[in-house]
Structure formats: structure tokens, C-alpha cells
Design a protein around this ligand. Structure first.
Ligand code: UDP
Length: 490
């Protein structure tokens, strides 16, 4: 362990949604494991979702702790404990949580001053932290929890605007500047790229602050998308350290896999786990749309029928909307029917995803192509049925299906956040069943399974001593330490 005066003192500031919080907490734990003194700033309800891991690391001798700032829940009239975008069951709650996050800037800046850090690692959605770091004369690392592929694709679309030269929203255009020929449609692009609104302003600030940061810390790894890592560095012209996949690196034990990102323990004797233990290797499909998405009733019905038609065994994480509609009753009845026929289980609202993905019985995932779910599936060697929904997920699908060739597309067409999804189904039962069979059928999926296994091997090696992500993290820590030693103000 370093002597205290030489020990790096690093603050991590994660955004309040699991897709941003989980990888940053894992990264913070890795920094502490390799010698830094780490403080994670967050709110009370969010701290509860990872405090067990922090306590356990602390008790193992690492310098890591959580510093809580109060979230203005009462002031904003939010339900108790609604401090994370995953808690939002309506657009109104989402708006309030977003606003609540912006209200934290003042108290957080005071903490930065009090804690005297040597470096700030902050989420891309906190562009103002680049100024905070400048005031303190320390480096700010821009924490990017998405793919280099998506970052490069967005960069070139914004630069060359190929989407403005097509005749319709469904006409394909190719993205200039990428090493692969990738085609998209306007429908698949994020709204903020096409129209100016509050979110596009935030993203513009995020992009600008990225370029003014000391460098980018990315949850990706060289063997997965090395071409795009190089392209990212050369187009943005900033330093970048790829240190992923952090979830597999930081959470090696079963206990960590069960509790990662959630405050309640999952009973080891739950019915679905017994059932999963009884299934053959690679025979069960895991269905998850991430931590935020809540699907319309009509789509839920199509998924249920699609799974049933496919004949494949499954575990499906279902999330409810505010209005308890007939969707809930439909799903409960479906769940009962599936349990009786021993075909599948529904887990309500939140599942221990790392545990499930790493279970030998899991042979595939239906994923919304959130970057964390992708990395977690890659680490577990699980091929994917791709069903992108919003944000940069349509780019991620291209990476999985066309570049890495470890994904089977279901045929999703439109980029929409769940709050603006209508009551109609986006993908029908027949298309769903067809893609499931293609993914889970042993003959159909031989090649994608082989490639998924290969990448799982690479993802393990990259975080071992001498691996590319391991080396990246060590180099970064050395660089930060020498900045501290030489007392250079950034
Ligand atoms: N997650 C989980 N259980 C769930 C849903 C999500 O553990 O039931 C975790 C998942 O493992 C991942 C994160 O939440 O770490 C979701 O991030 P991702 O980038 O995949 O998608 P997002 O939720 O941001 O759309």
C-alpha cells in the first residue's frame, strides 16, 4: 500500500442510472484495488445499491468509501427513494429526477473543495465538472460508458450529416469515416442528433467538455473494438484509456455477482434459480431490456407469444409502468402458464443479471443493446438477439451483428425512449420467434457461439496481468501518480 502522502486521491461521480452507475462503481473499486484512495459521491438511495461491495472492499484493506449528498426528493415531490432514473415510472418522474440531479451541482462542488482530490472521474453527463477540475488544477477524466463504435459513428454523422441527404426516414445512408461499411436510417438515430432540444444542448456540452478533459476513461477493450478505439483517439485527439470490461474484472465472486447494483439480496433458494440449475447447458434464453425500458402492453403480449411459439426455455425480466393496466394481469397469467409447463420464469423489475448471464444454462440473451449488458454478455460468452430501443443502441446493434458477428437482429426499426413508445407493438411475435430460433438453435448458431466464446476468452485475458485493459489501467494510475508527485497543475 502507498504511503498516504503519495497515495492518489480520486473522486468518482457517477450519473444516477444503473447503466452509468454500475460501470463507474466497478471502475472506482478497481482504482482502489490497485492502490488509489477512492471516494464515490452519490445520493443515499443510490449508495444502498452498492454499499455492500464497498464495505467488503474496505474491510479487505482498500481505501474506498462513499460520500452521500442528499437528493431533493421531498422538494420535488418525488416518491420516497426515487433517486435514480430506473425508479421513474412516468415521464413526469423522469423530468424531476433529471432536474434533481442538476440541483446537486452546488453541494458536490463544495465536496470537491473539501476532499482535495488529485483527480476527478466524472460521468459524461456532468460537463460542468471540467470547470470544477480546472479550478482545482487537477485532471478530469471523462467517463464514457458506451462503445467507441457508437462514439465514432455519432461523431461522423454529426460532422458529415449524411442523414440530411436522404429522401425519407427509412432510406438507408452509410456512415462516412468508419473502417466498416455501416448503413443506418434516420429512424434509428437518436432524436438529439436530428433536433435541437434540452437534451441536445446537454449532449453538445458533454461533447465539448470531453475535448477539454485530461482524457477519456472507457469501459471497452482493445480486442473487442480496437479499430474504433484508434479511430476515437485520432478523431477526438485526446488521451483515452480502455479498461473494460469492468463488471467482469471487479465482480469475480458469486456473492458480488448476485448483489451487484441492487440493495436487496436475491434468495439463493428462489424458484427460478432451482429451475435454472436443472436445465441443460446453454438451453435457456435470458430476456432483458435493461434498467430503464418499460414496454407497452401490446409489445409485452407479442414477446410472450413469440417466446411461446419459439419453444425455447426462458427467464424474462419484466418491468411495470405506473398505470397498472391489463398488461400486469396478462403477464401474471402467462407466468403461471409457463411455470406449469416448466418453460419459463418471469422476474419482476430487477434481476441479478451477472449471476444469470454467467450461469451455464444460459445460451443467449435478448438484449436492448445497452453497452453494459453487451459487455456483460460478451464476458460470459453469451450470444445476443439484438433489439435496440433508444440512445446509441442502434449503433451497438451494428457492431454486434455486422462487425463482431455475435448477434442476431430481431428487426427493430425505430429509436424511441420508452416514454414515447405508443401502445402498438414494434416487433411482432413471428419475427421474435424466428430470431429466437436462429439464436438458440444449435445448428443455426454454431458460428456466432464460437465467436462469442472467443471474445469471452479475450475479455478475460485483457484484464489479467499483461493484458491490454490491465496495462491501460496501470499506465493511467502511473501517469496520475507522477502528475501528483511533480505537482503539475492542469
Ligand atoms: N441490470 C441488472 N438487472 C436488471 C436490469 C439491469 O443487473 O434487471 C444491470 C445490467 O446488468 C447493466 C445495467 O443494469 O449493468 C444496465 O445497463 P445497460 O447499459 O445494459 O442498459 P440501460 O439500463 O442503461 O438501458
Amino acid at each position: 500500500m502507498e504511503t498516504e502522502s503519495h497515495q492518489l486521491n480520486v473522486i468518482f461521480l457517477p450519473y444516477l442510472s444503473p447503466g452509468h452507475l454500475n460501470p463507474m462503481v466497478d471502475t472506482a473499486r478497481l482504482f482502489a484495488r490497485y492502490g488509489a484512495s477512492v471516494t464515490i459521491i452519490t445520493t443515499h438511495a443510490n449508495a444502498l445499491t452498492f454499499q455492500n461491495a464497498i464495505d467488503s472492499d474496505f474491510n479487505s484493506g482498500y481505501h474506498i468509501r462513499t460520500q452521500v449528498v442528499p437528493f431533493p426528493t421531498t422538494q420535488l415531490g418525488l416518491p420516497d427513494g426515487a433517486e435514480n432514473l430506473k425508479d421513474a415510472t412516468s415521464p413526469d418522474i423522469i423530468g424531476k429526477i433529471f432536474y434533481g440531479v442538476s440541483m446537486l451541482q452546488g453541494p458536490i462542488e463544495l465536496l470537491f473543495k473539501d476532499l482535495q482530490p488529485d483527480c476527478l472521474v466524472t460521468d459524461l453527463l456532468y460537463p460542468w465538472t471540467v470547470e470544477s477540475a480546472a479550478k482545482l488544477g487537477i485532471p478530469r477524466l471523462h467517463f464514457y460508458s458506451a462503445s467507441h463504435f457508437a462514439s465514432c459513428a455519432t461523431h461522423f454523422i454529426r460532422k458529415h450529416k449524411p442523414h440530411e441527404r436522404v429522401a425519407s426516414a427509412t432510406q438507408k445512408f452509410s456512415i462516412p469515416g468508419l473502417p466498416h461499411h455501416i448503413e443506418m436510417t434516420n429512424l434509428q438515430l437518436e432524436q438529439w442528433i436530428k433536433t435541437k432540444d434540452e437534451f441536445s444542448d446537454l449532449m453538445n456540452e458533454a461533447n465539448e467538455s470531453e475535448l477539454r478533459s485530461y482524457g477519456t476513461l472507457s469501459n471497452s477493450f482493445h480486442e473487442l473494438e480496437g479499430d474504433y478505439e484508434h479511430l476515437y483517439k485520432s478523431t477526438k485527439g485526446i488521451k483515452c484509456w480502455s479498461i473494460g470490461p469492468v463488471s467482469a474484472w471487479a465482480n469475480k465472486g458469486d456473492e458480488e455477482k448476485v448483489t451487484r447494483g441492487h440493495k436487496e439480496d436475491f434468495a439463493q433458494d428462489s424458484e427460478w434459480l432451482h429451475w435454472l440449475n436443472s436445465k441443460q447447458n446453454e438451453s435457456v434464453l435470458y430476456v432483458s431490456f435493461g434498467s430503464l425500458t418499460r414496454l407497452p402492453h401490446a409489445q409485452i403480449v407479442e414477446i410472450a407469444h413469440g417466446l411461446e411459439i419459439s419453444g425455447c426455455s426462458f427467464i424474462w425480466v419484466a418491468r411495470e409502468k405506473d398505470e397498472i393496466d391489463n398488461g400486469h394481469i396478462f403477464l401474471e397469467e402467462f407466468e403461471e402458464k409457463m411455470k406449469r409447463s416448466k418453460k419459463g420464469f418471469i422476474i419482476w423489475n430487477w434481476a441479478p443479471q451477472l449471476l444469470i448471464l454467467n450461469h451455464p444454462a444460459i445460451g443467449g440473451i435478448v438484449t436492448h443493446c445497452g453497452w453494459n449488458s453487451i459487455l456483460e454478455s460478451v464476458s460470459a460468452g453469451v450470444p445476443m438477439m439484438t433489439w435496440p430501443m433508444f440512445a446509441e443502441q442502434f449503433y451497438n446493434e451494428k457492431l454486434l451483428v455486422e462487425v463482431l458477428k455475435i448477434g442476431v437482429p430481431v428487426g427493430a426499426k425505430e429509436n424511441k425512449f420508452w416514454t414515447s413508445l405508443g401502445d402498438d407493438a414494434m416487433v411482432g411475435r413471428e419475427e421474435i420467434a424466428k430470431a429466437v430460433v436462429q439464436l438458440m438453435g444449435k445448428e443455426e448458431s454454431t458460428e456466432i457461439r464460437r465467436r462469442a466464446r472467443e471474445l469471452a476468452g479475450a475479455s478475460k485475458k485483457t484484464t489479467e496481468k499483461g493484458g491490454s485493459s490491465y496495462n491501460s489501467l496501470m499506465q493511467l494510475l502511473d501517469e496520475l501518480k507522477s502528475l501528483k508527485k511533480t505537482n503539475i497543475k492542469i
